[in-house]
Design a protein around this ligand. Structure first.
Ligand SMILES: [Zn+2]
Length: 162
């Protein structure tokens, strides 16, 4: 039951366009580059640029400024900047690190493997996190700190009892 990303109308599973507003529906579970472009085109066509920017950011992990620049160019008829390609093995390694809240390490591994600069690496990591629905910012660090504190606390208690 695909929910329309534009008006929240619930559509039959076979629908490719929203029955209410005519917007393109996400077809496959995984949005590929082409359908992102179609959705962006549709939004820009309706003067919904802020929505187009949020959609673009959500799908690519780009920052506000980068998204805005990319869409300006897109509106002028230029292609969207290619999404950073990550090979499967590296992607898996990075996902594992991200899920463990180790974003800095993920960026380092990515840079070592691809030779890209810090900005590109961060962008690629954010895109990967967005693609897999991982909140790469904040939560992971807090979790790690909590875990360390818990470990220390348990160790301290153990020492006191002995
Ligand atoms: Zn709709």
């Amino acid at each position: 039951m695909p929910k329309c990303p534009f008006c929240d109308h619930r559509n039959p599973a076979s629908a490719e366009l929203c029955g209410k507003c005519g917007g393109p529906l996400p077809t496959a579970p995984q949005t590929n580059g082409r359908s992102l472009e179609e959705q962006l085109l549709w939004l820009l066509d309706r003067d919904e640029k802020p929505d187009a920017i949020s959609l673009y950011r959500q799908q690519t992990g780009a920052g506000q400024q980068d998204a805005s620049d990319a869409l300006d160019a897109f509106e002028r008829g230029e292609p969207l900047p290619p999404l950073p390609e990550v090979e499967a093995g590296l992607e898996e390694e990075i996902l594992t690190l991200l899920q463990g809240g180790k974003k800095i390490q993920a960026v380092r591994v990515y840079r070592e493997q691809t030779g890209s600069d810090l900005k590109d690496a961060l962008r690629a990591i954010d895109a990967l996190a967005a693609k897999h629905g991982i909140a790469a910012k904040g939560a992971g660090c807090a979790g790690a700190v909590l875990m360390i504190l818990t470990t220390v606390w348990i160790a301290a208690r153990f020492l006191v009892q002995v």
